[in-house]
Design a protein around this ligand. Structure first.
Ligand SMILES: [Zn+2]
Length: 226
């Protein structure tokens, strides 16, 4: 049977990103129809867009408790880097791609800070990492691999990295909820909890997921189980 995995990026206490209550409501509607469904959230430890103060997980204990209280049968939290934005001007213009141009030293620092913030906040998490903006450089991929992370990203970066980081474990997403899915076999679907993204989990993207799940039988898996 084909696997179906559903994940959402940018899950954090930022008011435009938090899954509560809208995204959780839609997740629970899916779970009511498919009780074994597994949903992975990707959380940044100190989410910040450019020129914003970071949303440190440790400063939002009520939000962390809400996440930890979600049923573990259906929900898990994974890692989406530290700030989610470039470190400085030398790392390019992107507001997102924190792990693309970092050196090994910078990558290690960011990942260690991320783990520290997760642990101090008490938020339970798995060692699955989605790079912010889905861009990940060789240095960051090497450090993530050394530190025991599975990278969950797109085929483009897998193809760029696979020969350069030979021990890398990498899960390839093949549907971003942007149109109705016509894939055969396993489906690794990903959207956003942040409502500034066009694949935000709302009624429209929810309906696309329902249509796919109604079309054939799937086995549901968390990314950390693969
Ligand atoms: Zn993101």
């Amino acid at each position: 049977m084909s696997i179906f995995s559903l994940s959402f990026d940018d899950c954090c206490p930022h008011p435009k990103c938090t899954p509560f209550p809208d995204v959780i409501h839609l997740c629970n509607k899916l779970i009511k129809r498919w009780p074994d469904l597994k949903i992975d959230f990707f959380t940044s430890a100190a989410y910040a867009r450019l020129n914003e103060d970071p949303y440190f997980l440790t400063q939002y204990p009520d939000w962390v408790k809400q996440m930890n209280d979600l049923p573990s049968k259906n929900f898990r939290v994974n890692c989406h880097s530290y700030y989610h934005r470039r470190l400085s001007a030398k790392h390019g213009n992107s507001n997102n791609n924190e792990m693309e141009k970092t050196s090994e030293k910078e990558s290690r620092m960011l990942i260690e800070h991320m783990i520290g913030e997760f642990k101090t906040s008490g938020l339970k998490f798995e060692r699955v990492f989605r790079p912010p903006g889905w861009h990940v450089g060789i240095s960051a991929a090497k450090v993530l691999t050394e530190m025991g992370f599975v990278i969950a990203g797109n085929r483009k970066y897998f193809d760029l990295l696979k020969d350069k980081v030979p021990e890398m474990r990498y899960l390839i997403t093949n549907w971003e909820l942007r149109e109705e899915c016509i894939l055969n076999g396993d489906v690794f679907a990903a959207g956003h909890t942040s409502n500034w993204c066009d694949n935000y989990f709302d009624k429209k993207t929810y309906d696309r997921v329902v249509k796919l799940l109604e079309s054939r039988q799937f086995e549901f898996k968390f990314l950390s189980e693969l």
